[in-house]
Design a protein around this ligand. Structure first.
Ligand SMILES: [Zn+2]
Length: 481
């Protein structure tokens, strides 16, 4: 049809070679070309042999694709993650977008067994061959791998979800599972070369902030255990509560504890309790909210939401397990001299060797021995207060005049030196040089948050208080059991 029109046009243009005729020819040719390009070409009839040939080609092609599909799905089943990443890379290349594939982070953790080498433990994390050798080399640049102990945890982070690709290892932390930081190995570059930088520090897992609410019934540890926690958390909470409560006597059924804490987790697994940030107590004897705050210089204190110290300036008692055997008195019959004379302190009866604790932060004034006082330690607290610990059997090691002591630090051990009828501690407290009843100072408040730390404290308090408040609307853990 196209040919026929073209020939007709040629004939016409030869017969009448005018401009009008030429235009007509061009229009006709253009119209035919338009038809040819837009219309579906008419299927050409095939001969019998050609048809058979085409069928055969189609069959071969179909078989080829089927085989290829099978191979592809086999590869995908063996290693799904690298396939996904590769697909993302090629898609990005096709679209000419600079976007990098999003890595799929995965962490795995294991614990070094008794007598086990680092290499063997690495094998359990699917870190082997060149990757394992590079890890050991980097670790050795900081610490001796032979000194690794059973129970140390390896926590590895991989860039892909592949279960068996040591080349995806990005970071490895080797650290004690119980407490403290370890060694962190970090991959130098993301592509190609497998080598690691090692540095001291790093936790064997990641920190997860948690909040819990627990009804008290029995001891603190028993209550927390019933709420799904254990002695590990009780151990961190007890010193905070002890600032305000005597845990052996002041707990009542129905008292309620709320806690915000950071927990170290490796994957789904609990590794250890790391830090308690807030403790709220609602009880029959006392109710308070204590927020942890680290001042500049890292000394940690506990404060109420207004920034006042939650702990008294002085410890409740200088011996943990002793009981008060004789109170402060201005007129007492002396047990040795049998004369009426003042007892200018408090006696705590306790077995010889029981640790004696400094009742507040301070500085050691003297460490000496006298005929009446026996072995005695005197500690100055701030400008006004002084505490004295008499009749000691021995002093704490390394303690000398000028030594700094913190509240609760051991300064010596109970004894019966000097004028004494049996093992006990005589605690004396002086205010501005005059003896006062040591039980009076227990009521004194500790130092509040410093004005320069105020802003930082308030910011931190806001976050933690929000978590505590969120617990008010939740169900008590104890209710669930
Ligand atoms: Zn005494």
């Amino acid at each position: 049809m196209r040919q026929r029109t073209a020939i007709a046009g040629q004939r016409r243009s030869r017969a009448i070679p005018s401009l009008g005729a030429t235009l007509v020819v061009l229009v006709v040719v253009a119209a035919n070309w338009w038809w040819f390009l837009s219309a579906d070409p008419e299927p050409q009839p095939l001969g019998q042999i050609e048809r058979l040939q085409a069928m055969q080609d189609q069959a071969v092609e179909a078989e080829h694709y089927a085989v290829e599909r099978q191979a592809r799905s086999a590869v995908a089943a063996a290693a799904p993650a690298p396939k996904t990443v590769a697909a993302q890379v090629s898609a990005a290349e096709v679209n000419e977008e600079p976007a990098r594939p999003v890595p799929v982070p995965v962490s795995r953790s294991t614990v070094i067994g008794s007598g086990e080498s680092l290499e063997v433990a690495l094998g359990r994390l699917f870190i082997y061959g060149e990757a394992a050798r590079e890890v050991v080399t980097a670790y050795r640049s900081v610490r001796n791998p032979r000194l690794l102990r059973a129970g140390e945890r390896l926590w590895a982070q991989f860039e892909s979800a592949s279960p068996m690709d040591p080349h995806a290892l990005m970071q490895l932390v080797v650290a004690p599972g119980r407490s403290g930081e370890g060694v962190t190995l970090t991959r130098k570059g993301h592509d190609g070369e497998l080598s690691f930088d090692a540095r001291e520090g790093g936790l064997p897992g990641s920190l997860s902030r948690q909040a819990l609410r627990c009804g008290i019934s029995g001891s603190l540890t028993a209550s927390l255990t019933r709420c799904g926690h254990g002695a590990g958390l009780a151990h961190l909470i007890a010193p905070v509560l002890e600032g305000r409560l005597d845990l052996s006597r002041d707990l009542r059924p129905g008292d309620e504890l709320r806690v915000v804490y950071d927990e170290l987790v490796a994957g789904e697994e609990h590794v250890r309790y790391e830090t308690v940030l807030a403790v709220a107590w609602k009880g029959a004897i006392d109710s308070f909210t204590a927020l942890r705050f680290a001042h500049e210089g890292n000394s940690v204190g506990w404060f109420d939401p207004a920034g006042r110290s939650i702990e008294p300036m002085f410890l409740r008692r200088p011996v943990r397990d002793g009981h008060m055997s004789s109170p402060f008195s201005l007129a007492r019959m002396h047990p040795v001299l049998h004369k009426l004379m003042p007892h200018l302190g408090v006696d705590y009866a306790a077995p010889t060797g029981t640790p004696v604790l400094a009742i507040a932060d301070g500085r050691v004034l003297t460490r000496g021995r006298g005929p009446v006082a026996g072995k005695v330690v005197r500690v100055q607290h701030g400008r006004n207060y002084r505490s004295e610990y008499l009749h000691l059997s021995r002093f704490a090691r390394g303690l000398k005049p000028g030594s700094r002591v913190t509240k609760g630090q051991v300064v010596g051990f109970v004894g019966s030196t000097g004028r004494s009828t049996g093992p006990h501690l005589h605690l004396a407290v002086k205010k501005a040089g005059r003896h006062i009843d040591p039980l009076e100072v227990v009521a004194l408040e500790g130092t509040p948050v410093a004005p320069r730390d105020r802003k930082a404290f308030e910011q931190q308090a806001e976050d933690v208080l929000r978590l505590l408040e969120a617990l008010d609307s939740s169900k008590t853990n104890a209710d669930a059991s």
